[in-house]
Write a protein that binds this ligand. Structure first.
Ligand SMILES: [Zn+2]
Length: 265
Protein backbone atom coordinates (compact mmCIF):
# COMPACT_ATOMS: atom_id res chain seq x y z
CA UNK A 1 0.00 0.00 0.00
CA UNK A 2 1.51 3.24 -1.14
CA UNK A 3 0.91 6.85 -2.20
CA UNK A 4 2.80 9.35 -4.25
CA UNK A 5 2.30 13.06 -5.00
CA UNK A 6 3.14 14.17 -8.52
CA UNK A 7 3.30 17.81 -9.52
CA UNK A 8 2.31 19.77 -12.62
CA UNK A 9 4.55 22.55 -13.91
CA UNK A 10 1.54 24.89 -13.70
CA UNK A 11 1.03 26.26 -10.16
CA UNK A 12 2.74 23.20 -8.60
CA UNK A 13 -0.65 21.49 -8.89
CA UNK A 14 -0.82 18.19 -7.00
CA UNK A 15 -1.82 14.88 -8.54
CA UNK A 16 -2.16 12.10 -6.03
CA UNK A 17 -1.64 8.44 -6.77
CA UNK A 18 -2.85 5.82 -4.27
CA UNK A 19 -1.96 2.19 -4.93
CA UNK A 20 -2.78 -1.12 -3.27
CA UNK A 21 -3.13 -4.67 -4.57
CA UNK A 22 -2.52 -3.71 -8.20
CA UNK A 23 -5.26 -1.07 -8.14
CA UNK A 24 -4.69 2.68 -8.33
CA UNK A 25 -6.93 5.58 -7.31
CA UNK A 26 -5.98 9.02 -8.66
CA UNK A 27 -6.98 12.34 -7.07
CA UNK A 28 -6.99 15.39 -9.40
CA UNK A 29 -4.68 13.93 -12.06
CA UNK A 30 -3.33 16.76 -14.23
CA UNK A 31 -2.66 19.04 -15.83
CA UNK A 32 -1.09 18.87 -19.31
CA UNK A 33 -1.64 15.82 -21.53
CA UNK A 34 2.04 14.85 -21.23
CA UNK A 35 1.95 15.16 -17.44
CA UNK A 36 -1.16 12.97 -17.28
CA UNK A 37 0.55 10.43 -19.56
CA UNK A 38 3.45 10.39 -17.09
CA UNK A 39 1.00 9.59 -14.27
CA UNK A 40 -0.36 6.67 -16.28
CA UNK A 41 3.19 5.47 -16.96
CA UNK A 42 3.96 5.66 -13.25
CA UNK A 43 0.87 3.58 -12.39
CA UNK A 44 1.89 0.99 -14.98
CA UNK A 45 5.46 0.93 -13.68
CA UNK A 46 4.01 0.09 -10.27
CA UNK A 47 2.18 -2.84 -11.86
CA UNK A 48 -1.25 -1.32 -11.21
CA UNK A 49 -4.31 -0.22 -13.20
CA UNK A 50 -6.40 2.88 -12.51
CA UNK A 51 -9.82 1.94 -11.15
CA UNK A 52 -11.03 5.36 -9.93
CA UNK A 53 -10.36 9.04 -10.44
CA UNK A 54 -11.51 11.49 -7.73
CA UNK A 55 -11.83 15.28 -7.94
CA UNK A 56 -11.44 17.64 -4.96
CA UNK A 57 -13.41 20.39 -6.76
CA UNK A 58 -14.51 21.40 -10.24
CA UNK A 59 -11.86 23.99 -11.13
CA UNK A 60 -10.35 23.18 -14.53
CA UNK A 61 -6.84 22.48 -13.24
CA UNK A 62 -8.21 19.67 -11.05
CA UNK A 63 -10.56 17.93 -13.50
CA UNK A 64 -8.74 18.29 -16.84
CA UNK A 65 -7.04 14.87 -16.57
CA UNK A 66 -10.16 12.77 -16.02
CA UNK A 67 -10.72 12.29 -19.77
CA UNK A 68 -7.43 10.41 -20.09
CA UNK A 69 -8.72 7.57 -17.87
CA UNK A 70 -11.69 6.14 -19.75
CA UNK A 71 -11.26 2.76 -18.05
CA UNK A 72 -11.69 4.27 -14.55
CA UNK A 73 -14.75 5.40 -12.60
CA UNK A 74 -14.78 9.19 -12.24
CA UNK A 75 -16.20 9.95 -8.77
CA UNK A 76 -16.83 13.26 -6.99
CA UNK A 77 -19.27 15.09 -4.77
CA UNK A 78 -22.66 16.24 -6.12
CA UNK A 79 -21.74 19.94 -6.39
CA UNK A 80 -18.57 19.11 -8.30
CA UNK A 81 -20.53 16.72 -10.52
CA UNK A 82 -22.97 19.52 -11.30
CA UNK A 83 -20.13 21.86 -12.26
CA UNK A 84 -18.38 19.23 -14.35
CA UNK A 85 -21.51 18.34 -16.33
CA UNK A 86 -22.49 21.99 -16.87
CA UNK A 87 -20.83 24.64 -19.04
CA UNK A 88 -18.22 25.17 -16.34
CA UNK A 89 -16.93 21.64 -16.87
CA UNK A 90 -17.41 21.14 -20.58
CA UNK A 91 -16.60 24.34 -22.45
CA UNK A 92 -15.12 26.02 -19.36
CA UNK A 93 -12.34 23.49 -18.82
CA UNK A 94 -11.37 23.40 -22.49
CA UNK A 95 -11.42 27.21 -22.74
CA UNK A 96 -9.34 27.66 -19.58
CA UNK A 97 -6.73 25.18 -20.80
CA UNK A 98 -6.52 26.99 -24.12
CA UNK A 99 -6.10 30.34 -22.32
CA UNK A 100 -3.10 28.95 -20.45
CA UNK A 101 -1.72 27.30 -23.60
CA UNK A 102 -1.94 23.79 -22.15
CA UNK A 103 -2.96 20.73 -24.19
CA UNK A 104 -5.33 18.63 -22.07
CA UNK A 105 -6.97 15.24 -22.48
CA UNK A 106 -10.43 16.79 -22.90
CA UNK A 107 -13.51 17.85 -20.94
CA UNK A 108 -14.20 15.94 -17.71
CA UNK A 109 -17.00 13.48 -17.00
CA UNK A 110 -18.84 12.02 -14.00
CA UNK A 111 -19.54 8.33 -13.51
CA UNK A 112 -20.38 8.20 -9.79
CA UNK A 113 -21.62 10.89 -7.42
CA UNK A 114 -20.33 10.52 -3.85
CA UNK A 115 -22.36 11.51 -0.81
CA UNK A 116 -20.14 13.97 1.01
CA UNK A 117 -19.66 13.37 4.72
CA UNK A 118 -19.73 9.59 4.24
CA UNK A 119 -16.97 7.02 3.97
CA UNK A 120 -16.86 5.17 0.65
CA UNK A 121 -15.20 2.02 -0.60
CA UNK A 122 -13.23 3.24 -3.60
CA UNK A 123 -11.07 0.62 -5.30
CA UNK A 124 -8.99 -1.01 -2.57
CA UNK A 125 -9.42 1.91 -0.13
CA UNK A 126 -11.89 3.18 2.42
CA UNK A 127 -12.02 6.92 1.77
CA UNK A 128 -13.76 9.44 4.03
CA UNK A 129 -15.21 12.58 2.47
CA UNK A 130 -15.56 15.96 4.15
CA UNK A 131 -17.16 19.11 2.70
CA UNK A 132 -14.68 21.98 2.35
CA UNK A 133 -16.52 25.01 0.98
CA UNK A 134 -14.50 28.22 0.89
CA UNK A 135 -12.21 28.20 -2.11
CA UNK A 136 -15.19 27.01 -4.13
CA UNK A 137 -18.61 25.93 -2.82
CA UNK A 138 -18.02 22.34 -4.04
CA UNK A 139 -14.71 21.54 -2.29
CA UNK A 140 -14.33 18.03 -0.84
CA UNK A 141 -11.49 16.55 1.24
CA UNK A 142 -10.53 12.90 0.91
CA UNK A 143 -9.07 11.06 3.88
CA UNK A 144 -7.42 7.68 3.56
CA UNK A 145 -6.62 6.38 7.04
CA UNK A 146 -4.84 3.29 5.71
CA UNK A 147 -2.27 5.69 4.18
CA UNK A 148 -2.53 8.28 7.00
CA UNK A 149 -3.30 10.87 4.35
CA UNK A 150 -5.67 13.85 3.89
CA UNK A 151 -6.14 15.56 0.50
CA UNK A 152 -7.67 19.03 0.95
CA UNK A 153 -7.96 20.52 -2.56
CA UNK A 154 -7.24 24.22 -2.75
CA UNK A 155 -6.79 24.89 0.96
CA UNK A 156 -3.66 24.86 3.18
CA UNK A 157 -1.22 25.63 0.36
CA UNK A 158 2.29 26.87 1.02
CA UNK A 159 2.53 28.36 -2.47
CA UNK A 160 -0.73 30.35 -2.51
CA UNK A 161 -2.76 32.52 -0.19
CA UNK A 162 -6.48 31.69 0.15
CA UNK A 163 -8.49 32.25 -3.06
CA UNK A 164 -11.97 32.78 -1.72
CA UNK A 165 -15.53 32.51 -3.04
CA UNK A 166 -17.08 32.90 0.45
CA UNK A 167 -14.98 34.25 3.32
CA UNK A 168 -17.50 32.94 5.89
CA UNK A 169 -17.35 29.44 4.42
CA UNK A 170 -13.58 29.60 4.12
CA UNK A 171 -13.20 30.60 7.79
CA UNK A 172 -15.52 27.77 8.86
CA UNK A 173 -13.60 25.30 6.70
CA UNK A 174 -10.30 26.41 8.22
CA UNK A 175 -11.74 26.14 11.73
CA UNK A 176 -12.84 22.58 10.94
CA UNK A 177 -9.48 21.67 9.45
CA UNK A 178 -7.70 23.14 12.49
CA UNK A 179 -9.84 20.94 14.74
CA UNK A 180 -8.95 17.88 12.64
CA UNK A 181 -5.26 18.77 12.55
CA UNK A 182 -5.17 19.22 16.33
CA UNK A 183 -7.35 16.34 17.47
CA UNK A 184 -7.31 13.74 14.69
CA UNK A 185 -4.23 14.60 12.63
CA UNK A 186 -3.17 12.65 9.54
CA UNK A 187 0.57 12.13 9.04
CA UNK A 188 0.41 13.85 5.64
CA UNK A 189 -1.74 16.65 4.23
CA UNK A 190 -1.75 17.06 0.46
CA UNK A 191 -2.90 20.50 -0.73
CA UNK A 192 -4.02 21.05 -4.31
CA UNK A 193 -0.96 23.20 -4.97
CA UNK A 194 2.51 23.03 -3.48
CA UNK A 195 4.27 20.44 -1.36
CA UNK A 196 2.72 17.85 0.93
CA UNK A 197 2.80 18.92 4.58
CA UNK A 198 3.06 17.30 7.97
CA UNK A 199 0.07 18.00 10.22
CA UNK A 200 2.01 20.64 12.23
CA UNK A 201 3.01 22.41 9.03
CA UNK A 202 -0.55 22.34 7.71
CA UNK A 203 -1.73 23.75 11.03
CA UNK A 204 0.65 26.70 10.67
CA UNK A 205 -0.75 27.43 7.21
CA UNK A 206 -4.32 27.11 8.48
CA UNK A 207 -3.74 29.49 11.40
CA UNK A 208 -2.07 32.08 9.16
CA UNK A 209 -4.85 31.84 6.57
CA UNK A 210 -7.55 32.19 9.21
CA UNK A 211 -5.79 35.22 10.72
CA UNK A 212 -5.70 36.82 7.24
CA UNK A 213 -9.42 36.23 6.68
CA UNK A 214 -10.29 37.55 10.13
CA UNK A 215 -8.22 40.66 9.41
CA UNK A 216 -10.07 41.18 6.11
CA UNK A 217 -13.38 41.04 7.95
CA UNK A 218 -12.18 43.40 10.69
CA UNK A 219 -10.89 45.89 8.11
CA UNK A 220 -14.28 46.04 6.38
CA UNK A 221 -16.25 46.21 9.63
CA UNK A 222 -13.96 48.95 10.95
CA UNK A 223 -14.79 51.32 8.10
CA UNK A 224 -18.16 52.36 9.51
CA UNK A 225 -20.18 51.24 6.49
CA UNK A 226 -18.21 53.41 4.04
CA UNK A 227 -17.56 51.12 1.08
CA UNK A 228 -14.53 52.93 -0.35
CA UNK A 229 -12.85 53.23 3.04
CA UNK A 230 -13.61 49.56 3.69
CA UNK A 231 -12.11 48.56 0.32
CA UNK A 232 -8.96 50.57 0.93
CA UNK A 233 -8.53 49.15 4.44
CA UNK A 234 -9.07 45.56 3.25
CA UNK A 235 -6.66 46.01 0.34
CA UNK A 236 -4.08 47.00 2.94
CA UNK A 237 -4.28 43.57 4.61
CA UNK A 238 -1.25 41.54 3.57
CA UNK A 239 -1.95 37.96 2.50
CA UNK A 240 -0.02 35.42 4.57
CA UNK A 241 2.23 34.50 1.62
CA UNK A 242 2.81 35.12 -2.06
CA UNK A 243 1.11 33.32 -4.95
CA UNK A 244 2.40 32.99 -8.49
CA UNK A 245 2.34 36.38 -10.26
CA UNK A 246 -0.51 35.47 -12.63
CA UNK A 247 -2.76 34.91 -9.60
CA UNK A 248 -1.98 38.20 -7.77
CA UNK A 249 -5.41 39.59 -8.76
CA UNK A 250 -6.97 37.15 -6.31
CA UNK A 251 -5.99 39.49 -3.49
CA UNK A 252 -8.41 42.15 -4.73
CA UNK A 253 -10.99 39.47 -5.57
CA UNK A 254 -10.93 38.37 -1.91
CA UNK A 255 -11.59 41.96 -0.84
CA UNK A 256 -14.57 42.15 -3.22
CA UNK A 257 -15.99 38.91 -1.76
CA UNK A 258 -15.61 40.20 1.80
CA UNK A 259 -17.22 43.56 0.89
CA UNK A 260 -20.17 41.80 -0.75
CA UNK A 261 -20.74 39.64 2.35
CA UNK A 262 -20.87 42.60 4.75
CA UNK A 263 -22.09 45.65 2.82
CA UNK A 264 -25.07 45.84 0.47
CA UNK A 265 -24.36 47.35 -2.98
ZN1 LIG B 1 -6.41 24.71 -8.08
Amino acid sequence: MYFERLQSRLWETSSLLLVADGEAVLVDPGIAEAEVAAIRARVEALGARVTHVLATHGDWDHVCGIAAFLEATAAMGPATAERVTGDDGTTGVVEAARRYGVAIAGPPRVDTVLRVGRAHRIGPFTIETMALPGHTPDGVAYRVRALDLLAVGDHLSRVEFPFVTSTASYRATLAGLIDTLRHDPPATVVPGHGPALKAEEALEVAEADLAYLRALRAAVLGAGGDRERARAAALGIEPPRQASADLADMRAANVDRQLAELLPD
